[in-house]
Each structure stands twice: as C-alpha cells, then as structure tokens.
Design a protein around this ligand. Structure first.
Ligand SMILES: *Cc1c(COP(=O)(O)O)cnc(C)c1O
Length: 340
C-alpha cells in the first residue's frame, strides 16, 4: 500500500468534528416502541430513515465484493463531490485539479465551496496531461472515466494513482457501459483513492438521487460524519435496493443500450452532416458537425433534445443512447437535415 498521511490533507475542523448523534444512531431496528426521535406516531412515512443506509450498503457490498466500511451513500454523486470539497479543501486556500472538457459539477462545487481550481485540459486525443498534473500543488484531483462529455476511458489513471500526492477522485458514473474494469478492485492499494459511482445511469434511477463513494475506511468515516445524517430518504434507499435485487433486468437493459450504441455509431458514419464520431465507452456519443448550434436548433424543433456542447468543444454535440424507437427517430431526423 502507498505511504500516505490522511490527516495532513483533511481540514482541521473536519478532523476534530464530533458528528451529530441521531436517535437512530443509538438504536436501529424494526422492533420496539419508538419514543426517541420526536416522530409522529401515526402514518406509514412517519419514521426517519436509516442514517447509515445499512441494508443498501450490505447489498452493494455483496455485488461489488467490497466491505461495507468502504462505502458511503450520497444524495446523488453531487453530494459526494460536495463532501470531498468540505472535507479536504480549505476555502480560499486549497486548490483542486480538474481536466476539462469534463463533468461540470466539479467546477461548480469548487466555486460554491470557494476553492481554487487548476485546469489542466485534456490533450487533443482527450487524454490526461500527466506531467502537467504532477507539477501542480493541489489537494484533490478529479478524473472522470469514461469521461463526460468525450465518452472515452482515460489512460494513465494508474500513473497518477501512484504519483499524485493528494486525494484522487475517479468518477465512474459510466463504468457499466465500458469494457474496462472499475478501479474498485484496486482500492486496497491506494488509501488516497475515492471512486464514485451512481444509480443515475446504468441503474436507471436518476430520479432517486443515489450516489456512491468507495474508498479506504478512514476516508469513508470522514464522509459519514460530515454528511447530513438523513441524506438519503427511505424511499430512495428502497428503490436502489430493489434495483440491485433484479440483476437480470439490469443486464437486459444494459445489453439493449450497448447494442443501440453500436448501431448509432454505424449509422452516424453514413450521415453526411456528421464530420466526426468520437469513440465511446459510455451511454452517449460525441459527434462533431460543421455548425452545432444550427443542428441543435433543428433537432429541438423536431422535439429531439440532445446536448449542445459547442461552448466546451467547438461544434460538438453529445447524444445519449435512447430506446430503439427514439434512436430511429433521431437517425431519421438527421438524414432529413440539410445544411443551408
Ligand atoms: C451523470 C453523471 C453523474 C451522476 O450524478 P448523480 O448526482 O449521481 O446523478 C456523475 N458523474 C458524471 C460524470 C456524470 O455524467
């Protein structure tokens, strides 16, 4: 395992923090007369949820082959990102590295927390600039692989896991669509690694807001004491748990999406308005056209909503893989498009 001094990276107020002790910390279970939390005794939504999401963690632990002590559940990955800033970054003092074009929340969350951002852009092949990253002095490094909106798995993550001296966050929101393995299996080697996953994409539960951090138990302890105690509602814990109990449904849907992705990739090469189709390891495809704004407006006027990324990568549009019917409608519209 890498030598690593966690304490030197954690804000002292968080290191010293005594967490809120909730009634449900002291006693948890179904049996008993509960007069401890000032809940209303009537109704069936009257009880606070499990602040430690024990049942959900147990299920994830089995599926991912990792201890429950290495899991923190957030109100979406967005909450996990915010927790990273609050735990490790002193406002107006510490810096984090992000590698654009990438997921926008790292920057927004840094700004909310008043934390300095160092941008080390991906190169022309959308790969990491490792030397540039290692030459910086930063508390945290945010990597997204497969990356949003470019769609590719990043090479050289492992070099950074070995060499970067701060906390390294690998956002694996799209890992289930990729044929590369997750870094979860490597956690025991890297005490400075946080892996983020989510129920929002492959698990089809974006409306439930359930995100996950996998990390060394010492990092998880800090996350658990810093998060709001009841951050994930009982209903959201339950739908996530239910999804995990239906692996066949998950696999079936995943297979359709991957088949549809291959088909879209093939069809896109035949469409003249598309100048370039970028390779993808995710459930979306980035394309380059000659005038992204124009094509975007045309598609919207046909009630086809895609993501115009012209502001981040010039003349690029990000298209999510939909159902077979939705994708057919998209292809049809693209075929009928004439630049003029
Ligand atoms: C969609 C997405 C997420 C998911 O965020 P949630 O808050 O869990 O819905 C996380 N990271 C990236 C890069 C994404 O594109």
């Amino acid at each position: 395992m890498r030598k690593f001094d966690l304490r030197s990276l954690v804000r002292s107020n968080i290191w010293e923090l005594k967490p809120y002790s909730s009634a449900r910390d002291e006693f948890w279970g179904d049996e008993g007369i509960f007069l401890d939390a000032n809940e209303n005794p009537f109704g069936n939504k009257n009880r606070y949820p499990d602040p430690h999401q024990r049942t959900l963690k147990k299920s994830l632990s089995k599926i991912k082959g990792i201890s429950v002590d290495n899991i923190c559940i957030g109100n979406g990955s967005d909450e996990i990102i915010d927790l990273v800033f609050r735990i490790f970054c002193e406002p107006q003092k510490d810096s984090v590295i992000i590698c654009p074009p990438t997921y926008g929340m790292y920057e927004v969350s840094a700004n909310i927390n008043n934390v300095n951002i160092i941008k080390i852009p991906l190169d022309s092949n959308f790969e990491l600039n490792v030397d540039e990253i290692l030459s910086q002095n930063a508390k945290c490094l945010f990597l997204c692989s497969p990356n949003n909106p470019t769609g590719n798995n990043l090479k050289n993550i492992e070099v950074l896991m070995n060499e970067f001296n701060g906390i390294i966050i690998v956002d694996e929101a799209y890992i289930d669509f990729s044929d590369k393995p997750s870094f979860i299996g490597r956690l025991s080697e890297f005490p400075n690694l946080i892996i983020m996953q989510t129920f929002s994409k492959a698990w089809a539960l974006a409306s439930a807001r359930v995100g996950i951090a996998y990390a060394d138990s010492n990092i998880i302890k800090l996350m658990d004491k810093t998060k709001p105690p009841y951050n994930v509602s009982r209903f959201n814990q339950e739908v996530a748990l239910k999804a995990l109990s239906k692996p066949k449904k998950f696999e079936r849907r995943l297979k359709v999406i991957l088949e549809q992705r291959d088909n879209l990739l093939k069809e896109f090469t035949k469409i003249s308005v598309i100048k370039k189709v970028f390779p993808t390891d995710a459930n979306f495809i980035l394309i380059k056209v000659s005038d992204a704004d124009k094509l975007y407006n045309y598609l919207v006027s046909n009630k086809l909503i895609v993501r115009n990324r012209n502001s981040v990568i010039s003349d690029c549009i990000r298209i999510t893989v939909g159902t077979p019917k939705e994708n057919e409608a998209l292809i049809e519209a693209l075929k009928n498009y004439t630049e003029g």
